[in-house]
Design a protein around this ligand. Structure first.
Ligand SMILES: NC(=O)C1=CN([C@@H]2O[C@H](COP(=O)(O)OP(=O)(O)OC[C@H]3O[C@@H](n4cnc5c(N)ncnc54)[C@H](O)[C@@H]3O)[C@@H](O)[C@H]2O)C=CC1
Ligand SMILES: O=C(O)CCC(=O)C(=O)O
Length: 411
């Protein structure tokens, strides 16, 4: 099953529960616009190279479209389309005034120098500047991108359309960004993970956690949960997995990654495991925070964690979701679990529009408030309707988007 089909599957399950008509389903799941562009740049060695970039604008019935930009060699239109759709339901679940979009470039970021990344990013903006903007579609970071790329995007877009920092979020704090956007997705994962533990009657101190991915999301989730008394026993990145039964020294791991170009390679004093083995560890909480589609029908029967927090987008395939649900595993779905990032992006955008700076305390407080409200709504709906948290989250998102679409007038 391809990535978009998987989202369609989850959408349909919720749409069945809502008795949505076929026409409404088609209207809500069809992207408004899909753009594919050629990005031709000169490499540092003088050679010309062409990359393919995408921006899919899924839905704008609740506000400007919003979603990250992924730089990864596996990016393709189907993946971007699926992620754009997830953004629509995610912004609706946390009830912020946005629609959904996503973009990406098929490129191996590790093969690029900083200057090459800048040239590719600016060239991408040259190709799409007319369809993005603070009131239409606002990019942000995702896998393989961060504050640097966002600063270049703002600067390049402003050359065409005049100064406006609200065209993109996730910018460096000292360049129109907001304190707390860097940590927001991982912190949100942590906040919601603790809420899940509370509802399930588990104590943080008795919770062993395994986290796959040690980038923006994985590092901040690890730090938050470590500081909240959970025992992080495994972490991983592209270099492999690192396990310690008595608990990883999270501050040491964070420091190691910081001074080693964000890699855990060479992190000593722990057992080395594979990324696959990490998913099957005997832990109370599993947090996939890297790529999508990592839990499949093949490995799902071997997953031992009774609780999965989907920090990554779409880490659990639908057939695996069925197997895990059958096994009694509770899953906090991506469109709620990782919504902290886009929530703080919304604060950054609001700050940019007001020219009034927020401080970190205010950002954290508001993040907690938005995520807690969404968690309560999803949890209660799941109980009322006797459905999974994923189906409840999709139901909530689809209802809000559907209602706005109808109120706006369809024809
Ligand atoms: N950055 C953000 O604000 C948000 C990110 N997400 C999702 O969270 C996930 C991670 O994103 P970021 O942390 O931003 O990316 P990142 O690029 O900062 O870090 C990705 C991490 O995953 C690791 N990784 C890559 N391929 C891997 C593999 N095959 N096996 C194990 N580890 C692998 C990398 O080594 C790195 O540690 C993605 O699914 C993304 O869509 C979701 C919401 C917001
Ligand atoms: O911060 C944002 O606007 C979007 C983040 C994102 O791409 C995501 O939530 O998957």
């Amino acid at each position: 099953m391809k990535a978009f089909e998987a989202v369609q599957h989850y959408f349909d399950r919720a749409a069945d529960q809502l008795s949505l008509t076929d026409n409404m389903r088609t209207l809500l799941m069809t992207a408004k616009r899909e753009v594919q562009v050629q990005i031709a740049v000169e490499r540092d060695n003088g050679q010309l190279q062409t990359f393919i970039g995408y921006r899919v604008q899924h839905d704008d019935s609740r506000g400007p479209m919003k979603g990250g930009l992924r730089y990864h060699h596996e990016v393709d239109l189907d993946e971007v389309r699926s992620l754009a759709s997830l953004m629509t339901w995610k912004t609706a679940v946390v009830n912020i005034p946005y629609g959904g979009a996503k973009g990406g470039i098929a490129v191996d970021v590790h093969s690029l120098s900083t200057r090459e990344r800048e040239r590719i990013t600016r060239k991408f903006v040259d190709e799409i500047h007319d369809i993005i903007g603070p009131d239409t579609d606002i990019p942000a970071p995702d896998m393989g991108t961060g504050p640097e790329e966002m600063a270049w995007i703002m600067n390049q877009h402003n050359k065409y359309h005049g100064f406006n920092p609200g065209v993109v979020t996730g910018k460096p704090v000292e360049y129109y960004g907001i304190p707390g956007r860097g940590e927001a997705t991982g912190r949100g994962v942590g906040i919601l993970a603790l809420k899940m533990l509370g509802r399930l009657g588990h104590k943080a101190e008795k919770t062993r956690v395994a986290i796959q991915g040690f980038g923006n999301v994985g590092t901040h989730a690890a730090q938050f949960l470590h500081e909240s008394a959970c025992k992080v026993v495994a972490i991983s990145d592209l270099s492999g997995g690192y396990y310690c039964e008595s608990g990883i020294d999270v501050p040491a791991a964070l420091h190691h990654a910081e001074v080693n170009d964000r890699s855990l390679a060479g992190f000593a004093g722990v057992e080395h495991i594979t990324n696959e083995a990490l998913l099957e560890l005997d832990v109370e909480m599993l947090i996939p925070a890297a790529l999508g589609g990592v839990i499949t029908s093949e490995n799902a029967p071997r997953v031992r964690a009774p609780l999965i927090i989907e920090a990554a987008n779409a880490p659990v395939r639908p057939d695996a979701d069925d197997i895990l649900t059958e096994q009694g595993v509770k899953i906090l779905p991506d469109i709620l679990a990782n919504a902290g990032g886009v929530t703080v992006s919304y604060f950054e955008w609001a700050q940019n529009r007001q020219y009034y700076n927020w401080n970190l305390d205010r950002v954290r407080q508001e993040l907690d408030r938005v995520l807690s409200a969404a968690f309560e709504e999803v949890w209660d709906l799941a109980q009322q309707e006797n459905v999974s948290l994923r189906t409840a989250a999709f139901m909530l998102g689809i209802s809000r988007v559907g209602r706005a679409t109808v109120l706006a007038g369809i024809t």
